[in-house]
Design a protein around this ligand. Structure first.
Ligand code: NAG
Ligand code: NAG
Ligand code: NAG
Length: 531
């Protein structure tokens, strides 16, 4: 019975793939100049390529997320743009500790450079040839989205529907493009990380509103430049729509989050599709033989230490490195340590394997790994949570301190700032996490919740992409909010009207009352007049 139903389900799956139509020609415009964004965009593309679709990809970077059938057009930013981008990122990192006002003041400059790089990318003759050549046949465009609406002109040129993709949760200022309601009072944004199940305090809600207004202001500021970009790119074609109408044609938007388990809980319109963890493999690839053998020997369990791709060994002080080494080399556990300068390692120890490059996701999936020591970047923490491994965070900059704070709050591990990092603290944190099962239990429980979905992240991407392909867009599921002004969307006109009616009623009642009181006097007066 089971065999028959198993065979049947395979046949049904095959039939449904055949029925879903031929392979589609999909154009991915993944030009947001941040590798963390592009990794998510490419992961979406990879799923679709594995499904048999034909992907043509425009991107700035050469990243390890690849597929043999991708047609990639790489448009790296000019030296000048790259240098300016590095400068503003440097400023943003330096001001990150000065509170969010400093970040805001930096934001227009930052976004402007990002948008200029994105504009230059689609001005590249090879990219222009994609959308100017009438013989090119595409069925869909996927846009790596970050306020780059002017790029949506490409979809209009090709007369294809658009799916947008964003690498975080449905943040208010992004998801509003597809009409997602803002829910500022109950949904913490980037600023406040309210604990799960707790409501925001007055102060937190106040900050959220200010933050949201600030974002809108920055976005409005950017619109002006974007409109100019759009005109200079596409104004030679009179059939092109107004700039303001471009974003109204986004069929749906993928977000790399899964609110049900990630939180925060919020209402989402149907055009918000969550694909949290899309960059994580369902089945780990086999480890390189030396690592597989090393971990196979781990009778006491093993630890993975990686501080990401941006932080190099030389960024740590020698004392810090020596403290880390002395602690790790004396542990009974085996350690895999990501270290780029293999000629100059912190020291040799039987239980430590240094490696310049790590298949991090695959290592974290290994049952021997009991702890992940991480800089708390978004990708690494998500992988660790997915595989149910507790963490010891050593955050450096950017979103890392925030990610570290939130994993501590959720009980998935501990965090040490670089100033707290000495031998004693480091050892006691490691021992605490290894000996107290609550950290592992918490993160394992999260992992189960995170994986329990009606469709996996990959199935979700396939289903909704092919849905848009089948119906050539999805205007039927668009929220009317997309077409409403701020005033109408928030019913401000109605509240004003009601207030006005109440005001009129009050005046009328007052007038009538006055009339009633004065009646005898007035009547008398009139009589006098008449006479
Ligand atoms: C796939 O896309 C490439 C690049 O756009 C194109 O040259 C090729 O003809 C496409 N293949 C099919 C089977 O449509
Ligand atoms: C949206 O795209 C469709 C094609 O999928 C097109 O027919 C429609 O005119 C577009 N609307 C706007 C406002 O661009
Ligand atoms: C694993 O253990 C075996 C037997 O103790 C040893 O011969 C081998 O070198 C070890 N492998 C590694 C990679 O440490």
């Amino acid at each position: 019975m089971r065999i028959i139903s198993g065979a049947l389900s395979i046949v049904i799956t095959l039939l449904s793939i055949l029925a879903s139509g031929q392979c589609a020609n999909i154009l991915g415009i993944f030009t947001v100049p941040m590798a963390s964004h592009t990794i998510v965009h490419l992961s979406v593309a990879k799923v679709l390529a594995e499904r048999g679709h034909n992907l043509t990809i425009v991107t700035l970077f050469d990243l390890p997320v690849k597929h043999e059938d991708f047609t990639v057009i790489q448009v790296p930013p000019s030296k000048e743009d790259e240098q300016q981008l590095n400068e503003v990122i440097g400023e943003a990192t330096a001001t990150a500790n000065n509170g969010f006002l400093a970040a805001f003041l930096n934001a227009p400059k930052f976004l402007n450079i990002l948008l200029r790089i994105m504009e230059n990318a689609i001005r590249d003759p090879r990219v222009k040839a994609l959308y100017e050549n009438k013989n090119n046949k595409f069925d869909l465009m996927i846009s790596g989205y970050l306020n780059n609406d002017f790029q949506l002109g490409i979809a209009r040129k090709l007369k294809v529907p658009v799916i947008a993709a964003f690498p975080q949760q449905p943040l208010e200022f992004i998801a509003s493009v597809v009409g997602n309601p803002s829910s500022l009072s109950s949904v913490p944004g980037m600023l406040t990380s309210a604990e799960k199940g707790k409501v925001m305090s007055l102060g937190q809600r106040f900050l959220e509103v200010l933050f949201s207004w600030g974002h809108s202001a920055v976005q409005k500021l950017m619109e002006h430049g974007n409109k100019k970009r759009y005109r200079s790119l596409f104004s030679d074609d009179p059939s092109m729509p107004e700039y303001e109408d471009l974003s109204k044609n986004i069929s749906l938007m993928f977000f790399n989050s899964y609110g049900l388990s990630d939180g925060p809980i919020r209402p989402n319109v149907p055009a918000v599709v969550e694909i949290g963890g899309i960059q994580i493999k369902d089945q780990p690839d086999p480890l390189p033989p030396n690592m597989a053998e090393f971990l196979g020997n781990a009778t006491e369990g093993a630890i993975l230490l990686s501080l990401g791709s941006n932080i190099k060994g030389s960024h740590l002080t020698p004392e810090m490195v020596q403290s880390i080494f002395r602690v790790l080399s004396n542990l009974p556990q085996l350690v895999i340590w990501k270290w780029d300068d293999l000629k100059n390692t912190p020291g040799t120890a039987n239980n430590i394997l240094y490696s310049k490059w790590l298949p991090q996701d695959d290592i974290l999936a290994h049952p021997s790994i009991k702890l992940f020591i991480t800089h708390a970047g978004k990708g690494g923490t998500a992988e660790s949570q997915y595989h149910g491994k507790p963490m010891l965070a050593i955050p450096f900059f950017g979103d890392q301190p925030g990610n570290a704070a939130s994993l501590v709050k959720s009980g998935y591990g501990l965090s040490l700032s670089t100033s707290e990092l000495n031998e004693e603290n480091f050892l006691s944190s490691i021992v605490r996490i290894l000996e107290d099962p609550s950290f592992t239990n918490n993160v394992k429980a999260f992992s189960e919740l995170y994986r329990d979905r009606p469709l996996t992240a990959k199935e979700t991407v396939i289903y909704w992409t092919e849905y848009v392909l089948r119906h050539r867009g999805a205007p039927h599921m668009q929220s009317p909010l997309v077409h409403m002004s701020f005033i109408a969307a928030h019913n401000l006109d109605i509240y004003f009207l009601i207030a006005f009616i109440v005001y009129l009623l009050v005046i009328m009642i007052k007038f009538i009352c006055r009339l009633c009181k004065r009646k005898p006097y007035k009547v008398g007066k009139q009589k006098v007049k008449k006479n």
